[in-house]
Design a protein around this ligand. Structure first.
Ligand SMILES: Cc1ncc(COP(=O)(O)O)c(C=O)c1O
Length: 369
C-alpha cells in the first residue's frame, strides 16, 4: 500500500526562502507588535487582494469575532449552520443570537430566498459563508441588507485569492473575514485578516486586536490581543509569492477528480460558478446512497482503510452542537441537514499526485453497487 494521504497538506516555501525572510527578525529582535514583516505583509495583501483596507489578525476566528464586536451589534444575526464551528461561535461569543437560514442545495451557501422571512425587528446583521470557496449570492444578500439596514459580514475563510466579476472577494459587504490557517489554500501558519469598507471599522479592529492601546499612556478601549506575529507575517510574505502557482496546481488536481467522478450517478459535485475565479479550496462530494449504492460513511471508511483521510466537512451542523443544548431546531434547515449527512471532502492540495487522485477515485468507484 502506498503512503498515507491526508485530506490536506500545508503549502510551504522552501526552508531557505523562509530563513531569508526571517533573518531580519533575528537581527532586530522585534518578534511581534506590528513590526516590519507585519506592515510589509499587510501592504502586499492589500495589493494582492485588490482591497482598500485590510487588518491582520492572529487567526480567522478572531477576524470574525472582532469584526462583529467592532460593529457594536445587538440582537440577531442571520447565518447558516453548514460551516465550521467558528462562524456560529463568533456570533454567540459576542452575546448575539444566531438565526439559522437554510442553504442552497447547489452551492451550499445561504439560500437567499429564505432570508427575508427570518428578519425580525431584532435582526442586526447577516453573516453568510462562502463555503468551500463557493461564492454566496452577494447581489441579493446586499439588496436585502440595504433594504432592512443590516450589516453584512462574510465568512470568507475559504475564499483567499478568489475574485467575483474581476473584483477581489474582500470588496463585498461591510467586512470579509479570511483565515490563513495551515490547512487553507494560503497560510501564515495561523493567521487571518479582515477586509473592510469603513475606515472607522479599521480603527476599531486595531484597538480590539491590541488591548485598546493608542499610545504608551493611552488605553481608550477594552480590547483583546489578536496581533499577528512577525514569523507568521514572514510566512505570509513567502507563501504569497507562490499562491497563484499553488492555485493553478490545485486546479489540475480538481480537473483530474472531475475526469473520474463527473456524471457518476448518485454523486453531486460543486459546479464552477459564473464570473468567479476559483481557488479550488475543497473537493466536496455529496453521496446519494440510493443512486450511488454506498453511503458517505461507507466511502469514508473504505478510504480510511486504505490510508486516505477524507473529511465529513461540515458535519455535524453547528445548530446541533451539544454546547447549544438543543436550543435550535435543525428541522428549520433541512437542506443543510441533508447535505451534512452525505458530504465528504476528498483530499486536495497542490502537490497531490494525479496517480493518488486516480487511486482515491478507484476506491470510491469500486463501492458502486
Ligand atoms: C468557514 C470557516 N470559518 C472560520 C474559520 C476559522 O479560521 P481559523 O482557523 O483561522 O481561526 C474556519 C477555519 O478554520 C472556517 O473553515
Amino acid at each position: 500500500m502506498s503512503e498515507q494521504i491526508l485530506v490536506t497538506r500545508s503549502s510551504m516555501p522552501t526552508m531557505e526562502e523562509y530563513i531569508e525572510e526571517i533573518r531580519p527578525i533575528w537581527e532586530s529582535h522585534w518578534l511581534t507588535n506590528m513590526g516590519e514583516k507585519h506592515e510589509a505583509f499587510q501592504l502586499e495583501l492589500q495589493k494582492y487582494m485588490g482591497v482598500p483596507n485590510v487588518e491582520l489578525l492572529t487567526n480567522g476566528h478572531m477576524a470574525l469575532e472582532l469584526s462583529l464586536q467592532a460593529m457594536n451589534l445587538q440582537g440577531e444575526v442571520i447565518t447558516t449552520p453548514f460551516t465550521f464551528a467558528s462562524t456560529t461561535h463568533a456570533i454567540v461569543r459576542n452575546g448575539l443570537e444566531p438565526v439559522f437560514c437554510d442553504i442552497d442545495p447547489e452551492t451550499y451557501t445561504m439560500d437567499v430566498t429564505r432570508i427575508e422571512r427570518l428578519i425580525t425587528d431584532r435582526t442586526c446583521a447577516i453573516l453568510p459563508v462562502h463555503v468551500y470557496g463557493n461564492i454566496c449570492n452577494m447581489e441579493e444578500i446586499e439588496r436585502i441588507a440595504h433594504k432592512y439596514e443590516l450589516k453584512v459580514v462574510y465568512d470568507a475563510a475559504h475564499t483567499f485569492g478568489e475574485t467575483y466579476k474581476g473584483r477581489g472577494i474582500g470588496n463585498f459587504g461591510d467586512a470579509s473575514c479570511f483565515s490563513f490557517h495551515a490547512t487553507k489554500v494560503f497560510n501564515t501558519i495561523e493567521g487571518g485578516a479582515v477586509c473592510y469598507r469603513d475606515p472607522e471599522m479599521g480603527r476599531r479592529l486595531y484597538e480590539l486586536k491590541n488591548f485598546g492601546i493608542h499610545g504608551p499612556e493611552e488605553v481608550d478601549a477594552v480590547g483583546a490581543n489578536a496581533k499577528m506575529n512577525e514569523f507568521c507575517a514572514a510566512m505570509g510574505l513567502c507563501n504569497l509569492r507562490h499562491v497563484d502557482e499553488e492555485i493553478a496546481k490545485r486546479k489540475v488536481v480538481v480537473e483530474r477528480y472531475l475526469e473520474h467522478l463527473e456524471g457518476v450517478e448518485g454523486l453531486h459535485l460543486s459546479r464552477p460558478q459564473p464570473e468567479v475565479r476559483s481557488n479550488y479550496a475543497y473537493f466536496p462530494v455529496v453521496f446519494d446512497e440510493k443512486l450511488f449504492g454506498a453511503s458517505r460513511n461507507e466511502v469514508d471508511d473504505a478510504l480510511a482503510k486504505n490510508g486516505i483521510g477524507a473529511r465529513k466537512y461540515f458535519y455535524p451542523l453547528t445548530n446541533t452542537f451539544e454546547c447549544f443544548h438543543n436550543k435550535y431546531d435543525v428541522d428549520e434547515t433541512p437542506v443543510a441537514l441533508h447535505v451534512a449527512k452525505r458530504v465528504l471532502t476528498l483530499p486536495l492540495y497542490s502537490d497531490l499526485a494525479l496517480e493518488d487522485v486516480d487511486r482515491i477515485c478507484k476506491i470510491v468507484l469500486e463501492l458502486r453497487r
